[in-house]
Design a protein around this ligand. Structure first.
Ligand SMILES: [Zn+2]
Ligand SMILES: [Zn+2]
Length: 336
């Protein structure tokens, strides 16, 4: 079978490999679509903190079942999506059902080889029927689930004024699921093209340019309160730090982003507001289910989000094209 391997930062090559043989409890999936995200670009550019090369990337995956265990609820030919987080089932987080924060987590395409190949063996519990979703839509479920998880962590309701900071794909997914819960959603970013898209296509209520006046603007928007919930999806330490200042008294702050640096905040400000701070890592099975539900309800504009596509064989060139900011990539999908 063909696989696309990242030998070292900046170098992608198409190689031949044997089709993997499923072990007990594993499903052999014929991969059909791979969504490309910031993580993949970071791996390609050598910016990922804990990555060993060579690596086959690809964690936003859909395909068809090629071979399933005898007792399986899946059968050959079923359209499926893959939950790419392999959890240990034994650690303290797993024992509480928080498998997304497993101490020994292995993410397909990051910690072990992922789905930029024709076939992949995946534990059966990580292979989920895609129902009515198309293969393209099914490959978008994972990144959307990350935003849905952040919204769930924030406990967002229709009573909340929410600020989503960062309008990349994860911020966009947070907007979609906060709107699905009926919240009032403001989006802040520096890129005005992206901000316009969030209003036109995702139903954001208003936008805020992340310039020096943003705090004053936020005060105006909220009648002096600031926001009940702030969700950070910037991947930028300075923005994450600044975000504390946009949280209302008694508000919640959800950090979906992760950066290598320390984040600090003013304790008197944090204390006086009684801010609740959440990390939001990966996503849980019910977040994936929420995405499918909202897709079926027509609340996820997958066609508008999927801006670019191409074939696996062309990926070495496409990665360089898609990395340019002028390319305007929101979600690119590779066909395998
Ligand atoms: Zn991703
Ligand atoms: Zn675990």
């Amino acid at each position: 079978m063909r696989a696309l391997i990242c030998d070292e930062p900046g170098k992608l090559s198409l190689i031949q490999r044997d089709v993997p043989v499923p072990r007990e409890g594993e499903v052999l999936v014929r991969i059909r679509r791979v969504g490309i995200c910031g993580t993949d670009f970071h791996i390609y550019q050598g910016k990922h903190p804990f990555l060993e090369y060579p690596r086959v990337m690809g964690h936003e995956l859909s395909g068809t079942v090629e071979e399933a265990p005898g007792s399986s609820r899946l059968s050959k030919g079923d359209n499926v999506y893959i939950v790419p987080y392999l959890s240990c089932g034994k650690c303290v987080a797993c024992s509480r059902g928080v498998t997304n924060a497993c101490q020994n987590i292995a993410v397909l395409g990051v910690h072990r080889d992922g789905g930029m190949s024709e076939y992949l063996c995946v534990p059966e519990q990580n292979v989920i029927s895609a129902g009515n979703a198309s293969l393209d839509e099914a490959a978008m479920i994972e990144f959307l689930a990350i935003g849905a998880h952040g919204v769930k962590r924030g406990g967002i309701t229709a009573a909340d004024r929410v600020l989503v900071v960062g309008s990349g794909p994860i911020g966009m997914s947070a907007i979609i699921f906060a709107k699905a819960r009926g919240a009032d959603v403001t989006v802040m970013d520096m890129r005005e093209d992206r901000l316009a898209f969030t209003v036109a296509s995702l139903g954001a209520d208003r936008t805020l340019v992340a310039n020096a006046d943003a705090e004053a603007e936020a005060r105006k928007i909220t009648g002096g309160d600031f926001f009940d919930v702030v969700i950070d999806a910037t991947g930028n330490a300075a923005a994450m730090q600044r975000g504390f200042g946009f949280v209302a008294h008694a508000g919640r702050y959800v950090l979906v982003s992760v950066v290598r640096q320390d984040i600090t905040f003013s304790d008197p400000e944090f204390h006086k507001r009684e801010t609740t701070l959440y990390a939001s890592r990966n996503a849980q099975p019910d977040d994936f289910a929420e995405v499918v539900k909202q897709m079926e309800a027509g609340r996820v504009p997958t066609l508008a989000l999927n801006t670019h596509r191409g074939a696996l064989a062309d990926a070495p060139q496409l990665f360089n094209d898609w990395l340019r900011p002028e390319a305007g990539v929101i979600k690119a999908i590779l066909e395998v």
